[in-house]
Design a protein around this ligand. Structure first.
Ligand SMILES: Cc1cc2nc3c(=O)[nH]c(=O)nc-3n(C[C@H](O)[C@H](O)[C@H](O)COP(=O)(O)O)c2cc1C
Length: 365
């Protein structure tokens, strides 16, 4: 069974669950706390309906949209995720090729498992560097310079991780980076030989941006020192586009716009941070209202289908991002699985638009 068994994101998740060690599946799938936040956002998306409209000519449809003045072939891209190569060896570069094929942005995490320089080449420039402010900020400044030298023109500053959220499913397996193989992990890996033989044969996935001399990152180090002053300094240092990701509050959104950022990404970090945070999907219309019709507003968290993307665009997003489901597709069936899920999501969205009388993402606003 391979890629052809994937007809929905849930199919990919089910197949990935079989193949991945528990530790890796729960790192990807798990959310913060009791996971009520994840459920709350899903409930909000599921409770939202789309009204079918009839007898419109919807024969000529396109999913293309404009993003920062350029054409993206889909109104959805790839959210930055750390340690993607845990899903399968080479996952970062599979995502990069996907981004290149569809001219959509790939978020490259600070804690990516492939060096940022390699990813942007493979993505043919369709890559944005995601930044965590960490420790006293000196390492952060160096990373910004390095991203610039590597050719990145868009930075995504993630602001919803002053401390890494407690994700019990991840903690239970002793997940940490670099991971240790104690008795517990040994059993887990032995019971998932297909993953273990391929992944461990390629060497343990690492935080690849920190293998170079002079760069260090402790995933658990506090990121709590970042302030509005830090943002102002970054805005001065960085001449390229600056997206701020992880915004759920109207006042914060207004202040970010005033601080000169180029876009805001409404996100709950896929429910991995504050369990009690409001549903990001529910905050989207309020934040859209606050920043005005023309300000670039992006959305991620909890999206599982092309219908979900349609709802997010109607709710006020200009562009959206998928996260964990793409890693499940890779774990399930490699690069073919990833492309298959991408085609499923694209089909879902195109068919949804036809059913509600829309021919392009622009019609949804
Ligand atoms: C395994 C995993 C790792 C992630 N790592 C990062 C990261 O390094 N930086 C970041 O800004 N967001 C990270 N995120 C959050 C995603 O960018 C995104 O906000 C989230 O996955 C969207 O929700 P979804 O998975 O429900 O689609 C991560 C998410 C997952 C699932």
């Amino acid at each position: 069974m391979g890629a052809s068994a994937i007809h929905s994101a849930e199919d990919a998740r089910r197949l990935a669950r079989r193949r991945l060690p528990w530790m890796v599946f729960d790192y990807i799938d798990g959310s913060a706390g009791s996971e009520a936040g994840a459920a709350r956002n899903r409930a909000a998306l599921d409770a939202t309906t789309l009204r079918p409209r009839i007898l419109q000519d919807v024969s000529q449809r396109s999913l293309a949209t404009t993003l920062f003045g350029q054409t993206a072939q889909r109104p959805f891209g790839i959210a930055p995720m750390g340690m993607c190569n845990l899903s399968a060896p080479g996952a970062d570069l599979m995502l990069a090729r996907l981004a290149a094929r569809h001219s959509i942005p790939l978020g490259v995490s600070t804690v990516a498992s492939t060096p940022m320089e390699e990813i942007i080449v493979e993505a043919e420039g369709n890559a944005w560097f995601q930044l965590y402010f960490s420790g006293d900020g000196s390492g952060t400044v160096k990373l910004v310079e390095r991203a610039k030298a590597a050719g990145y023109d868009t930075l995504v500053l993630t602001v919803d991780v002053p401390e890494v959220g407690r994700r019990p499913r991840e903690l239970r397996h002793g997940f940490r980076m670099p991971f240790r193989i104690g008795p517990r992990q040994f059993i887990d890996f032995a019971l998932h030989p297909r993953w273990s033989l391929t992944s461990l044969a390629h060497g343990r996935p690492q935080m690849a941006n920190f293998l170079m001399e002079g760069y260090e990152f402790d995933r658990t180090e506090s990121r709590a020192k970042a302030t509005w002053e830090t943002l102002a300094r970054l805005r001065d240092q960085w001449g390229g586009r600056l997206v701020v990701k992880g915004v759920l509050d109207v006042e914060d959104a207004i202040a970010l716009k005033a601080a000169g950022v180029d876009a805001i990404q409404v996100s709950s970090h896929g429910a991995r941070q504050l369990d009690s945070a409001p549903s990001p999907f529910q905050m989207l219309p309020e934040i859209r209202k606050a920043v005005g019709a023309d300000f670039p507003l992006f959305y991620d968290s909890g999206l599982r289908t092309g219908e979900d993307v349609t709802k997010a665009l109607i709710a006020g997003a200009d562009f959206t991002f998928f996260g964990r489901i793409l890693l499940f597709a890779i774990a399930a069936a490699g690069e073919a699985g990833l492309q298959q899920l991408w085609d499923v999501l694209s089909d879902e969205m195109s068919i949804t638009m036809a059913q509600i009388g829309a021919c392009s993402p622009g019609d949804l606003r």
